[in-house]
Design a protein around this ligand. Structure first.
Ligand SMILES: [Zn+2]
Length: 140
């Protein structure tokens, strides 16, 4: 018998496939069993093929259901935090003298797309850099 992982009682456990609505439209979101590191809802556990093969499922203790609106709020907070981190990293890269072309390459977009996105979104102008041609947002 495997030991049950200790969980906070008031935290809903999301199914591994909860964030793949197009792949698993029937997912009921709230996990009811664990297969090793994976938590699955009843529907996804019933449909699993190769996932968790050879592992026996362990029933999770009954807990709260996943609340999709709460999930939206939490995801929004995470997205905002990620945006702030990205913005800070880009500002630091600009301060270190990296051109927009290098930053764009890291983001998988063009120099111009990166520059337009982050000189507007950050709210503060980018420091002067070797390839800055556009002077419309200059303020220092
Ligand atoms: Zn599921």
């Amino acid at each position: 018998m495997s030991r049950r992982r200790q969980r906070t009682v008031d935290t809903a456990v999301r199914c591994h496939y909860a964030d793949q609505p197009s792949r698993r439209p029937q997912c009921t979101l709230t996990a009811s069993v664990e297969l090793g590191p994976l938590a699955l809802c009843e529907s996804c556990a019933a449909r699993r093929s190769s996932v968790g093969k050879g592992q026996s499922s362990v029933a999770l203790p009954a807990g709260p259901q996943v609340d999709v609106l709460t999930w939206i709020g939490a995801a929004h907070e995470h997205a905002n935090a990620a945006d702030r981190t990205l913005s800070a990293a880009i500002t630091r890269a600009r301060q270190a003298g990296h051109p927009w072309s290098d930053i764009g390459a890291q983001l998988g977009v063009s120099r111009q797309a990166a520059q337009q996105r982050f000189t507007r979104a950050s709210g503060h102008p980018s420091p002067a850099a070797p390839d800055s041609k556009d002077k419309e947002a200059t303020a220092d």
